[in-house]
Design a protein around this ligand. Structure first.
Ligand code: SF4
Ligand code: SF4
Length: 197
């Protein structure tokens, strides 16, 4: 898959610039269940309300982007010969999960794959089975090369609007991460009980 990301335009936000890569790996479903319970419990202890405004902003941004992405997919995906959803490196990350917990959305029943070589479990015969607001965010903001060419043909004012919405989503995701990490700065050592590893 040759694709481009909007990363260059979206970087440079003040403060934290990267989302945690914790959770970005294959999980067995029983491990995943423990992870969901643990993160939901921690969010609850920190106060769900502290996360909710940012989560709603993320969801609103993704809903706004949805028709644009759908229209690009309708134009490019049917003739694609390098289907991006078959990539092996697509995972939910921690920010995705914290966002879904804060949104009170149905949590994904599993990581995108149980093993490194499995296909994405959400890929169905008609594409992704998940609504865009519940997909890993990497699946939302990715524009492959043909889609980037379509984007570059849009009006400059519309391009700025899209980039602005993505920047807002990114800032809200980093805020969620920051709230969580302030409450749980020691996460790498205590993330999962040893008997689930
Ligand atoms: S978004 Fe569609 S056209 Fe682009 S790489 Fe993925 S499947 Fe192919
Ligand atoms: S979650 Fe959906 S969009 Fe993302 S890789 Fe899997 S099938 Fe594709």
């Amino acid at each position: 898959m040759t694709g481009m990301r909007m990363g260059g335009w979206l970087s440079g936000a003040p403060g934290r610039n990267e989302e945690s890569s914790l959770c970005r790996r294959p999980y067995l479903d029983r491990e995943w269940k423990v992870l969901m319970e643990q993160l939901a419990d921690r969010v609850k202890k920190l106060g769900l309300k502290r996360f909710q405004m940012a989560a709603r902003q993320i969801a609103a941004g993704i809903q706004w982007l949805d028709p644009l992405m759908e229209s690009y997919c309708a134009l490019t995906c049917p003739s694609c010969e390098d289907f991006c959803c078959t990539g092996q490196n697509v995972f939910y990350n921690r920010a995705d999960i914290l966002y879904l917990i804060a949104l009170n959305a149905a949590l994904p029943p599993g990581q995108t794959r149980n093993t490194a070589s499995s296909p994405c479990r959400y890929l169905g015969p008609r594409g992704c089975a998940l609504p865009r607001v519940r997909r890993p965010y990497v699946c939302v903001w990715f524009l492959c090369e043909p889609q980037m060419l379509l984007f570059l043909k849009e009006r400059a004012s519309f391009q700025r609007k899209v980039v602005g919405v993505m920047q807002e989503i990114r800032a809200s995701r980093l805020l969620i991460e920051a709230i969580y990490e302030k409450g749980y700065p020691d996460e790498p050592g205590s993330f999962l009980p040893p008997n689930t590893r």
